[in-house]
Write a protein of this length. Sequence first.
Length: 411
Amino acid sequence: MLKGYRVLDLTDEKGFLCGRVLGDLGADVIKVERPGGDLSRNNGPFYHDEAEPEKSLYWFAFNANKRGITLDIASEDGKTIFKKLLKDSDFIIESFPPGYMERLGLGYEELSRMNPKIILVSITPFGQTGPYKDYKASDIVLMATGGFMFLTGDKDLPPLRISIPQAYLFGGLQAAAGAMVAFYWQKKTGEGQHVDLSTQQAITVTALNTPVFWFLSQTIIHRVGPFRVGGRAHLEQRNTWPCKDGYVTTILTGGELGAPVNRRLVEWMDSEGMANDLLKNLGWEKLDMANITQELNTALEEPIGQFFKAHTKKELHEGAIGRQIWLFPVQSCEELMECPQLLARDFWGNVKHSGLQASIPYPGPFIKSSEFNCGIRRCAPFPGEHNIEIYEKEMGMNREELLMLKQAGVI
């Protein structure tokens, strides 16, 4: 989709995913690393648990579909080379602190004078303006200041961050979306833009359903662990249920919409002698989840929970499909690799790594297109892997010049 367009990716972990998305869409993404290689190559996990920079699965994941060069853009020679690259580029992605590019003489105004169509995407923790603009931030800081952590965890315990670092993945995706909006404008007008991405804001918009409760009932949504706040936010409904070999997700819904589904679940339970009189005799159509008491909800959920615990995820999922019941397994990473839906769509693919003499399974493209291949075309580059290809063959620099630049620490 973006074949023929060039991206200069100057980012660290804060922006890797943005460049990866544009690369998946077909752009020629050139990952610009400092001489010697990016420090994030030391991030694990590692291939076969061998902690070496050239075996970082983290680096592989977020820098596939990119070519790689080394360049010190802070040096005078480095800036000269970068400006030459700029002339034939459409996007620059950077994640330096606000003002850093300007201090190098590479701020948006200067870049746009050299290339009026250039789109500069700046990815920072809190954006280019405001009282927090110069603050540094780790994943936990951004998940906290973005409001996401307030909703995560059990209600009687402190807020929790989730899983592996997520914050800059939200930021990278939103930055890619912003780049595409600017690209649409560029194609209409021929003018570039400066896209200012605040990772805090990218996280905040992931929880935009929570203000609705405030607007409607002046209720502040709180942490409820494996439950869901329902109705007028007074009720805690179980959303994630333990079963024999893991967890499934489903939720009770009242009224005309939920009654047929609930009855089919009760009939299934009754066929195995696990439905009590309350479930069998309840008038499900009249059940108002906006006004149901917590006591009644708990009484309904208790026998259902016991039924789920007596079955595996596979048994529950297959049984639910056959009975048209809303229920889905919570799949592990191993189960995702074997998921028949993902396999049927050829989601997983093996990517050959010549340096490892091996192929590694990768997730496939985030979309399918009838016209374009959005899959992985190349694995992540080694430090300076494409220096000769880009500097010598594409920019016309000679081998002696490259050797002198390398000795000077410019490339």
